[in-house]
Design a binder for this molecule. Structure first.
Ligand SMILES: [Zn+2]
Length: 450
């Protein structure tokens, strides 16, 4: 049995009591956390029979972060030249950038962009992603391709394919089959790193007929759906115009919402819409940096907290660093209200820690996102010296500002050390980068000729 001990660190648990252990240690047995205590306690007990000791050198040891809404394929858009006529609104951003890019993705692009996204995740301390994928010209087995990439590097991921009518009926049906194929593959393989949701692009690119097929097929597996919701005004207006009802009412009526469904963005919503999301226990995921990048508006996160919705946090393809995302969420909500302290660091970190943990744990056999005995051993060691007092009461406001000055040193996922002293141990990072530079450049050429 593999036994790893992490020692000499301040252990931050993100458990219900927000417990912090000075000079703490964590014992990992196989895929799980087996014991938590002080370094001297655990070393005395287990020094003789451990496989490996990871020394935090006085840094901090904390649960790996979860990215509750990502798109690995966006990794190849880094530095991509845009058309001369720039998009002027969100719909044009989709039409001129993302829907063109996803049409050009081939198998190698999908595999290697997922590897790059995974490297970024591991290096920034993100150990689980809930991904949403689209590649209409390489749809069948696209999720298997991403799975292979994540298994190779050792990142945990819940994957889904974005069903959409935007490329015609055949393409939508192929997307549905890809979700089903992946769900069955997960059921059969039971790989603890990979799980499935049922992906849907967004209400405005999905007809009622297509939604009906999706809910009929999903019933057998009860995976829930992963969908973009009310990200742009266009989504809200489309529903009013075509169906004479709010976009949230429509999804509720069609059986899309529920406690395993993830609704990313949720920006342009009325109080009634928010109440429906609350009552259906739908998992809302906030993506502040993406929303600011696309200039689509600010999600009513404070209002959600007020009525009892507990939103999670994702990057929506804007990198993988969740500490940047949470910092931005805090800045954005306060700036938007034009009143300081409208939104507290505790609330911002609640999205990243407790809420993301609750959402992601629905898709994996072991509990994620906190250091507790029996939970999945997804743990990061951060090179960060605590220069001001840190205790359960000020933990989140400390981390909010402190994370700007830290480096993730070691990353452990599913009980396996995937990065040690900044070096990824499961792949040859330089070889991968050499390959992706070539692939991305070819993809950009294809895009120019579209
Ligand atoms: Zn998205």
């Amino acid at each position: 049995m593999s036994k790893i001990i992490l020692v000499n660190g301040k252990v931050i648990t993100f458990n219900d009591k927000n417990q912090i252990i000075e000079d703490g240690a964590v014992l990992i047995e196989e895929e799980k956390i087996a014991e938590i205590g002080t370094s001297s306690e655990l070393l005395n007990k287990y020094r003789k029979d451990v496989t490996e000791i990871v020394d935090a050198h006085g840094g901090i040891i904390l649960p790996g972060f979860i990215n509750a809404h990502s798109h690995t394929y966006s990794a190849f858009a880094r530095g991509m030249t845009l058309e001369k006529e720039l998009p002027t609104n969100f719909l044009e951003i989709l039409q001129k950038i993302w829907w063109k890019l996803d049409l050009t993705l081939n198998k190698d692009d999908i595999y290697y962009s997922a590897l790059i996204a995974a490297i970024d995740a591991i290096k920034s301390g993100t150990t689980t992603i809930i991904d949403h994928h689209a590649s209409p010209n390489f749809c069948t087995n696209s999720l298997k391709t991403i799975s292979k990439s994540l298994i190779k590097i050792g990142l945990r991921g819940c994957l889904s394919y974005e069903v959409s009518d935007r490329n015609g009926e055949d393409s939508a049906l192929e997307g549905i089959e890809e979700n089903i194929r992946h769900i069955k593959w997960c059921d059969e393989k039971k790989n603890s790193l990979i799980s499935a949701s049922f992906g849907l692009h967004a209400p405005f690119t999905l007809s009622n007929d297509t939604l009906k097929i999706c809910t009929d097929r999903e019933k057998e597996f009860k995976t829930g759906f992963h969908i973009h919701l009310a990200e742009g005004q266009s989504d809200v207006k489309d529903s009013k115009r075509k169906y004479k009802k709010s976009v949230v009412s429509r999804l509720k009526e069609k059986g899309i919402l529920g406690e395993k469904t993830i609704a990313a963005h949720c920006i342009h919503l009325t109080d009634d819409d928010l109440n429906i999301l609350y009552k259906t226990k739908t998992n809302v995921v906030h993506n502040p940096r993406s929303n600011m990048n696309n200039a689509v508006g600010v999600a009513p996160i404070i209002e959600m907290f007020n009525i009892g919705i507990r939103p999670g946090l994702g990057t929506d393809g804007m990198g993988m660093d969740m500490t940047r995302e949470v910092y931005t969420s805090w800045l954005l909500q306060n700036h938007n209200k034009a009143t300081p302290f409208s939104f507290s660091p505790d609330e911002a970190y609640q999205m990243l820690t407790y809420n993301n943990a609750k959402i992601a744990s629905k898709f994996f056999p072991l509990k994620l996102g906190s250091l507790e005995i029996g939970n999945a051993a997804d743990i990061i060691v951060v090179d960060y010296k605590v220069s001001t007092p840190l205790n359960p009461g000020n933990l989140f406001s400390h981390l909010l500002f402190g994370s700007e000055n830290w480096t993730v040193k070691d990353t452990i996922i599913n009980g396996k050390i995937v990065m040690r002293d900044r070096k990824i141990s499961t792949i040859n990072e330089l070889e991968v980068i050499k390959k992706t530079r070539k692939l991305a450049s070819k993809l950009w050429e294809r895009l120019k000729n579209m």
